[in-house]
Design a binder for this molecule. Structure first.
Ligand SMILES: [Zn+2]
Length: 501
């Protein structure tokens, strides 16, 4: 080993946020360590070049309360590059966990999803989001030398819509024999309230994200997005994904947005525009409930069909957009509360878009939580504020058993504790899924671009992977990706926040 190589190896430094490379020299055989040193030198050179890229100007990252906060700004390509660069380790990790789940549930290989992304989704993605997605690939590759390309990243961004909406539609169309029993997901408990329902008469909005713990433990990003065009955005999200996707976000024109997914929704339009693109676009460009609705309807592909809960802090009005594919309905009020827990309620949407869903089954997770929202919100009419909303997100009242018991029927979901699972979503008994994090905000906080967020179960309970897997070997396939999900504190985040504060 010569001196220059030694010097080169010595300059390998931990680059950013603790993820980096190292070289241990003296103990290893000469040839192996020389090779390691060369690889490390190349990686260091690549990271130095990436770190000095002008596109990173203004971007930043810090961690707090179990969340990773990133600030992205500028034109779409630059914001993508910042996203890919700042979250590179988390994107690689999240991609591995998510893509494994997509292949496992659908029994399709990754090439299938790449093809769907390339041929079906990409041509209909607006140019600015194509640039942002390509930017993510560029930033990621510059930082880590990743081999992921834009088809991988587009398929990954569509992880809520391709496996559970497109594939079942395709299986039915192809009359696929022995097709897996795929169900649209049931993500979340949420409400938005206004007028006489809240303490200050203004809007309060809250949401907890229900998903499998494998993905949910990784759903820990707070995105502060300052785009060249459109409104400033503060939202939670998943590393590598351009929409919030669970969804919870506010924008600088006062729009407040969340949703819960429609259980047993069926349908897909291959000529439509990806849901993750429409959802991101609507949060970036809509300043009113009407504008939001218009963007979501434009090119509706049926993917990740949700009941959108909306608020406009400028008018105090709230809305619920039940967005089926064949039908949809918009309710709105300046004095009321709109709650969601994965059920549709418009008779037409129920009939044409969710033919299997039974609104009369009081014991199902969506309907039991619907009853609980009704009782809890009525009990607290006129008292609802952000602090109370945080408590509600951690509620464990089971309306069927009429007792406290964290399970699939409680607003704070713990399906890993349920011998019933959730058959409507094809979640088997003790499925490792439920509420994985929570967020809340109100009109005043939205004006100041602030939200509260808690990572992990909103009740504060921890999920521990090792004892769970020991007790439930049927989920052993998740072992490489299933991690502990420990609850953090309720933490405030705001636009333009810096790490020192
Ligand atoms: Zn809980």
């Amino acid at each position: 080993m010569n001196d220059s190589m030694r010097r080169a190896a010595a300059i390998v430094l931990v680059i950013l946020g603790g993820a980096g490379l190292w070289w241990a020299g003296s103990g290893a055989p000469a040839s192996a360590s020389a090779n390691d040193a060369m690889v490390a030198t190349m990686a260091a050179a690549r990271e130095r070049a990436a770190a000095s890229d002008a596109r990173l100007k203004g971007a930043s990252r810090f961690e707090e309360g179990g969340w990773i906060y990133v600030h992205l700004e500028g034109d779409p390509g630059a914001m993508g590059y910042q996203h890919g660069y700042l979250l590179a380790p988390e994107i690689e990790d999240g991609f591995a966990a998510v893509s494994t789940g997509m292949m496992h549930s659908t029994e399709r290989d990754w090439e299938f999803f790449r093809k769907a992304a390339h041929e079906m989704l990409w041509p209909k993605i607006d140019a600015e989001y194509q640039q942002e997605l390509q930017g993510i690939v560029d930033g990621l590759r510059a930082r880590t030398g990743s081999k992921l390309d834009v088809d991988d990243i587009v398929a990954f961004n569509a992880f809520e819509e391709l496996p559970d909406y497109y594939v079942p539609w395709l299986n039915k169309r192809q009359k696929a024999a022995n097709a897996p029993n795929l169900k649209s997901p049931g993500n979340c408990s949420a409400f938005v309230a206004t007028g006489s329902w809240t303490k200050d008469g203004k809007i309060v909005m809250a949401h907890n994200n229900w998903t499998n713990y494998r993905n949910g433990e990784r759903w820990r990003i707070v995105f502060d997005i300052s785009p060249k065009n459109g409104y400033r955005i503060l939202m939670d999200g998943f590393p590598g994904v351009i929409a919030s996707d669970d969804d919870f976000g506010i924008n600088s024109d006062g729009l407040m947005v969340t949703e819960t997914t429609i259980t047993q929704f069926e349908g897909w339009d291959p000529n439509g525009k990806a849901e993750f693109v429409r959802a991101r676009k609507a949060l970036q460009y809509a300043g009113s409930i009407d504008e939001y609705t218009k963007i979501m309807l434009d090119g509706n592909n049926g993917g990740y069909a949700n009941d959108w809960l909306l608020g406009d802090r400028k008018t105090g009005e709230i809305g619920q957009l039940e967005l089926g594919l064949k039908a949809y309905k918009l309710w709105r009020t300046k004095d009321g509360v709109l709650a969601g827990s994965n059920w549709a309620r418009d008779p037409k949407v129920l009939k044409v878009d969710t033919p299997e869903f039974d609104p009369g089954n009081k014991e199902s997770s969506p309907n039991a939580r619907r009853s609980r929202w009704d009782e809890l919100l009525k009990e607290n009419k006129g008292k609802i504020d952000v602090a109370l909303a945080e408590k509600m997100l951690g509620d464990h009242a089971d309306t069927v058993e009429k007792k406290e018991d964290a399970n699939e029927r409680t607003l704070c979901g713990h399906v890993d504790g349920s011998p019933r699972g959730v058959k409507e979503w094809d979640w088997q008994p003790y499925y490792p899924g439920g509420a994985v994090q929570g967020k809340a905000t109100d009109a005043t906080m939205t004006k100041e671009m602030r939200i509260m967020a808690r990572m992990g179960h909103p009740c504060g309970g921890d999920f521990l992977a090792k004892p769970f897997l020991a007790a439930h070997p049927e989920y052993a396939w998740q072992e490489p990706y299933l991690r502990d999900m420990k609850a953090g504190p309720w933490t405030e985040f705001r636009s333009g926040q810096s790490p020192k504060e």
